[in-house]
Design a binder for this molecule. Structure first.
Ligand SMILES: [Zn+2]
Length: 237
């Protein structure tokens, strides 16, 4: 083993860490599923309001039609009563009573229609607000999905490039060094190599006994940190 092997080993760890970082980016990127759930809820609320609105508008048209029928009947009875064709006072009195009833019925319809118009107006406002909310949620969802695709595509491309670097590095390393590295990675949450900085292990900050430093610098054999068991390397940074 040479110091060049340990320099490459350090490069391998930097590459593996970069791959792990990209994997974390992919795993933690928002894929828009919670925004999609909110969008479905917004769309359902909008559909519900639109249905209520159509229902009330249909009711309004029905009341208007009914009122026209009552008005027509009142007009027909008025024409008869005051057209000089009815001479019997009893019949006239009965007609007038009926006309008054129809008059009240027209007013009742007018009141119902006015009340309904208020309700429709209020419902239209709520429907428009919900439509705006739904549209902005739709745009938000689209933005998240687009950003997710961009982020993950970039990370996947970088992983492919980093893997190529890795595949080039590994065959250049002594197999026993690769084995020690892989064992260490499993044991130490992916960090198997530690750079010596200022005479200390950069991972656990333990001072490396001076007597061991020449061995680390020469790179003739694997020297591990006595505390965290990581493979020590010296690199020019
Ligand atoms: Zn250490």
């Amino acid at each position: 083993m040479t110091s060049e092997d340990f320099r490459r080993l350090w490069e391998l760890q930097v590459t593996d860490c970069a791959i792990a970082d990209r994997r974390t980016i992919i795993a933690s990127a928002d894929d828009g599923s919670s925004a999609a759930e909110q969008l479905v809820a917004d769309e359902a609320a909008l559909a519900e309001l639109e249905e209520q609105l159509h229902h009330k508008q249909a009711h309004q048209r029905k009341l208007e039609l009914d009122m026209k029928g009552v008005e027509d009947e009142r007009k027909e009875k008025s024409d008869r009563a005051y057209g000089g064709m009815v001479s019997d006072p009893k019949e006239l009195a009965s007609l007038e009573k009926k006309i008054n009833e129809l008059e009240r019925n027209v007013h009742r319809h007018e009141d119902m229609i006015l009340e309904l118009l208020d309700e429709i107006e209020e419902l239209e406002d709520r429907t428009n607000a919900q439509r705006g909310k739904t549209e902005s949620q739709r745009a938000k969802h689209a933005r998240i999905v687009e950003s997710f695709e961009e982020t993950t595509a970039k990370a996947r491309k970088e992983i492919a490039e980093l893997r190529a670097v890795r595949e080039e590095l590994v065959p250049q390393l002594p197999p026993q060094l690769v084995r020690a590295y892989e064992d260490g990675r499993r044991r130490e949450q992916g960090i198997a190599v530690s750079v010596v900085r200022g005479g200390c292990c950069s991972e656990c900050h333990l001072a490396i006994p001076r007597v061991r430093m020449p061995m680390v610098q020469r790179g003739g054999e694997i020297v591990k940190c006595e505390n965290c068991r990581r493979i020590l390397v010296v690199v020019k940074e």
